[in-house]
Design a binder for this molecule. Structure first.
Ligand code: SAM
Length: 197
């Protein structure tokens, strides 16, 4: 598929949540992501931007914890599903838009959260500069990415360089535990948190 084509993601949307780490239907997988996010996010309630939010599963998880969250995705079908899943939580919104230039305000967010999207954007360094403007002074980036066996993705070294280049101090954690993925993995999956220098 063409990862830069919203229509391609519209077509993926109906089956997207069938992957264990997408739908988080297995309570053990869901709890692994919940605990990971709780450990990486600031105290409740914080305002979070979820860029390339997909079907809104992470947004729902974070909203259940009591955070406010604004999700952006360029696939109208993903946004429709995210709204159905999590749009009724207080302080939760979803909008169709480009994650590279989100239609969200500057200087308002405690966290810019992104899972498995930055790698697919054409100019990730410029994108991170844009995202950094969305953060409050004490805000942080939380980037879940991977370098997959298909050859797609970003290596952890590249992601750390990008976060550093955008003016943040990076801290990364490998996500090797099968609990995150519903099975063992052989490729490089990780989260990088960027805090301001
Ligand atoms: C692999 S999915 C990840 C979804 C979600 N972040 C998650 O982890 O469940 C990638 C998502 O990013 C969206 N996406 C890709 N490029 C985008 C762009 N330039 N602007 C907005 N959304 C984008 C796709 O529509 C899709 O929903």
């Amino acid at each position: 598929m063409d990862s830069g084509d919203p229509a391609a993601w519209d077509a993926e949307a109906p089956l997207f949540d069938d992957e264990p780490d997408h739908g988080l239907r297995d309570p053990l997988v869901r709890d692994a992501w919940r605990l990971l996010l709780v450990s990486l996010l600031p105290p409740v309630p914080s305002r979070i931007a979820d860029l390339g939010c997909g079907t809104g599963t992470l947004a729902q998880l974070v909203a259940e914890e009591g955070h406010g969250i604004d999700g952006v995705d360029f696939s109208p079908e993903m946004v429709r599903r995210a709204t159905a899943k999590a749009g009724s939580f207080p302080g939760v919104t979803f909008v169709v838009g480009d994650a590279a230039a989100p239609p969200l305000p500057d200087g308002q967010y405690a966290v810019v959260l992104c899972r498995h999207v930055l790698w697919a954007l054409p100019d990730p360094a410029t994108v991170l500069t844009r995202w950094s403007r969305m953060l409050r002074p004490e805000g942080r980036l939380v980037m879940v990415e991977g370098s997959w066996s298909t050859g797609a993705g970003l290596t952890v070294a590249r992601a750390v360089d990008l976060v550093t280049g955008a003016g943040f101090v990076p801290d990364h954690r490998l996500l090797n535990d099968p609990a995150y993925w519903g099975g063992t993995i052989t490729d490089e999956r990780y989260v990088v948190v960027g805090r301001r220098r």
